[in-house]
Design a protein. Structure first.
Length: 423
């Protein structure tokens, strides 16, 4: 549960919940819900009640500061049915921090030492806000026993919203305590297949038999994540007793998924379309020249993000004006949104830039038609091994998405041709 009205207003992006979710998965702890709530006592109490009704443990992030809107401690005390009491040991801890910084401690920092009765202060405290481990007995007012946990007892972990403070507390206090309470330990591991060429529904249809099988065995799950110019991700997740077992399950499911999806899988995990292409071109001893009209340099930008791209990419021409297409690349005076133009631009990129392979894009990004072509039309030209080919795609989307999707589509055409070429 992330606390802060600024989160609801969109003034701050909640990266803490994403990080905590990732760490829980790595520790083998199931995380089923994430909630955001503003700095309002009644709504915070209601959010805690709902969270405790459906989960064994709650991690709340934020609202432990010294200002009047930092009311997480009060909300937890209300849920526990106890009072807040000042912990003098925590007071001295905070006072010492200010002393080491040669600063006077403001009086309002004292409220950070207020602890719900029955709660335990975390041993790790990087900043002035102490973390709290708060046992809760559902339906029974009064303090629960912090150690050891009683049957039916639940727990709230309160950590600061400052990311580096939160991360240290979660890593060193929260996760070990959760694992001790859970008893049996597991690991949760994921592998992500990166794809381009299928829709989400198309991939789901292909993988439906495998997903039905996994629903029966429970060994893993498959989920889809549409990622725009990064393609469509297929995430395989396995929960097992150890890394070796989880890895074996992931490898088996991945193998079956790849067999069904085929060459639409361009990589896994941290692979990108551009990193795969740079590796393919290096292995084949090829260089690349680009001529980007509709994509306006996006292909070059993606490729130059890859270490070692300088050994592959000769350069790029961005011929946004027709005269540049004809005068610099030597393209004929034909329709700017056509196969002839795309082919001529790709061949021109090879010649002008001294490259083995030429890749070109031209089209109508929109919102208006261009030279008789509907908005969203993209022609891709490829010149390879002395021959050329052109491919047309159309995206019924906003201008930015047309350019981004045209970029990854062009890169994917190059990838598939390099794979077919081999060598």
């Amino acid at each position: 549960m992330a606390v802060g009205t600024e989160l609801l207003l969109g003034q701050i992006v909640d990266t803490n919940s994403s990080w905590i979710g990732e760490q829980l998965a790595l520790a083998g702890i199931d995380s089923h819900f994430q909630t955001k709530v503003g700095d309002n006592l009644d709504r915070m109490v209601a959010a805690f009640e709902q969270a405790l009704d459906r989960s064994d443990a709650v991690i709340v992030c934020g609202g432990l500061g010294p200002t009047p809107d930092d009311i997480t401690r009060a909300a937890i005390a209300a849920v526990m049915g106890v009072e807040l009491r000042r912990d003098e040991a925590v007071v001295e801890r905070i006072r010492a921090m200010f002393y080491r910084r040669d600063r006077q401690m403001p009086a309002n920092n004292l409220q950070q030492a207020d602890v719900p009765v029955g709660a335990r202060v975390m041993d790790v405290q990087p900043g002035t806000a102490p973390g709290l481990i708060c046992p809760v007995r559902r339906g029974e007012p009064g303090p629960a026993t912090a150690d050891p946990p009683a049957d039916g007892e639940k727990v709230i972990y309160a950590v600061p919203g400052v990311p580096w403070e939160m991360q240290k507390m979660v890593s060193e206090c929260v996760l070990p305590d959760l694992q001790a309470r859970a008893g049996e330990r597991h690991v949760i591991r994921s592998r992500t297949l990166r794809t381009w060429g299928y829709s989400e529904s198309g991939l789901a249809e292909l993988l439906e038999p495998e997903m039905r099988r996994l629903d029966t065995t429970g060994e893993a799950t498959i989920a889809f994540l549409a990622s725009g110019m990064e393609g469509l991700k297929v995430r395989i997740t396995a929960k097992a007793a150890d890394d070796e077992t989880a890895g074996a399950v992931l490898s088996a499911v991945e193998s079956r998924a790849r067999a069904v999806i085929g060459e639409a899988v361009f990589g896994a995990d941290d692979d990108t379309m551009e990193s795969v292409i740079v590796a393919l071109m290096q292995s084949q001893g090829l260089t690349l020249g680009l001529a980007e009209s509709v994509t306006g340099g996006l292909i070059a930008a993606r490729l130059t993000d890859v270490p070692g791209a300088s050994r592959v990419l000769r350069g790029a021409v961005v011929p946004y004006d027709r005269e540049i297409k004809t005068d610099v690349l030597g393209a004929p005076d034909v329709n700017a949104v056509s196969s002839d133009m795309a082919l001529a631009m790709a061949e021109g990129a090879c010649r002008v830039l001294g490259a083995d392979v030429g890749l070109a894009t031209t089209g109508a990004a929109g919102p208006d038609p261009h030279e008789g072509a509907d908005a969203g039309t993209v022609w891709i030209g490829l010149h390879l091994d002395g021959g050329g080919e052109a491919s047309r795609v159309r995206f019924n989307m906003a201008r930015t998405m047309v350019r981004q999707l045209g970029t990854i589509t062009a890169l994917n055409l190059l990838r598939t041709r390099l794979l077919a070429r081999g060598g």
